[in-house]
Design a protein around this ligand. Structure first.
Ligand code: SF4
Ligand code: SF4
Length: 120
């Protein structure tokens, strides 16, 4: 009998300030979920270049995780990391317990924390 890994208290922390916009996470996810054209489990968005309040320039990428994401349940059950985390060369994505990841957010400049929660 296989025991399914519970993902309700798991998540992915993305330090998007260091995201290079390479789209490797997006490509790996599409392959993992076998999604059709136009649908994504994670989609890399871009902001800028745009001026900030201080007359500086802002330009960054923000990988946004969608409702297709199941945190790569099959990979987790096999003891592997989610495909997006595994394929991020810049190492800006971290998988783990939501509470532990949330603690890290207090000392990271720009980051987002995704968790699928209990949704079905
Ligand atoms: S955890 Fe898996 S399903 Fe979720 S965004 Fe990453 S690659 Fe896609
Ligand atoms: S693989 Fe990493 S660096 Fe590349 S777009 Fe995704 S989050 Fe950003």
């Amino acid at each position: 009998m296989s025991v399914s890994t519970s993902i309700s208290n798991k998540g992915i922390l993305i330090q998007y300030d260091y995201c290079t916009g390479c789209h490797a996470c997006e490509v790996a996810c599409k392959k993992e979920l076998d999604l059709p054209k136009g649908e994504f489990g994670i989609k890399v968005m871009e902001y800028g270049p745009a001026k900030t309040r201080n007359d500086r320039w802002d330009n960054f990428f923000l990988p946004a995780i969608t409702d297709h994401c199941n945190l790569c349940q099959n990979r987790l059950d096999a003891g592997k990391l989610p495909a997006c985390v595994h394929n991020c060369q810049a190492k800006v994505m971290e998988y783990g317990d939501v509470e532990e990841l949330a603690k890290k957010m207090t000392y990271i400049k720009k980051c987002v924390l995704f968790s699928p929660g209990d949704k079905e």
